[in-house]
Write a protein of this length. Structure first.
Length: 171
């Protein structure tokens, strides 16, 4: 589970020209974690092969300074609040794609902004939340994953035949 999420984080930010070094989850103290300035959340349903659906929520928080070094393909840089929602959506899609070979489907909703104060207010509930941190040159990225996920049910079912990013599909 951890390698799937951490790999998706590294891959996402690599596509934006930012190197991320994931920190091990062991030994992380929720009370010592600095929550970055810009955050978004996305709700999802976790559906395993048995058909059981479990709700979940993922947040992505990045330092404001990180946007300055991220590459963008248009001449106009997006607003930070638009960009964080798009990054959150892309991270959820990458995680979803990585779970397909395990017969797990994520049904993802639309991302929404989340204030630093709101995330700070949820700190007491984060004791049961999976927390992922990644170091960058401009500060740490924080990803939280709040879902009742039974990792023992993750059984590799084989490669999933899905399109890759940028593939053209002719009907």
């Amino acid at each position: 589970m951890d390698s799937i999420v951490q790999g998706a984080i590294v891959e996402l930010f690599q596509s934006c020209g930012v190197a991320v070094a994931p920190r091990p989850r062991a030994g992380l103290n929720i009370n010592e974690i600095q929550i970055p300035e810009v955050s978004a959340a996305i709700n999802f349903s976790w559906v395993q092969a048995a058909g059981r659906s479990t709700p979940g929520r993922m947040t992505l928080s990045v330092p404001d300074a990180l946007f300055a070094i991220m590459k963008v393909e248009s001449s106009k840089r997006p607003q930070h609040f638009d960009w964080i929602r798009e990054l959150t959506n892309q991270l959820a899609a990458r995680i979803k794609h990585r779970f397909l070979p395990f017969d797990v489907a994520l049904q993802v909703a639309l991302p929404s902004l989340l204030s630093r104060q709101a995330l700070e207010g949820q700190r007491s509930r984060m004791r049961t939340t999976r927390i992922y941190l990644g170091r960058t040159l401009r500060g740490e990225i924080l990803v939280t994953l709040d879902a009742d996920i039974d990792e023992s049910r993750l059984i590799y079912a084989g490669p999933a035949d899905v399109a890759n990013e940028g593939d053209v599909i002719v009907f």
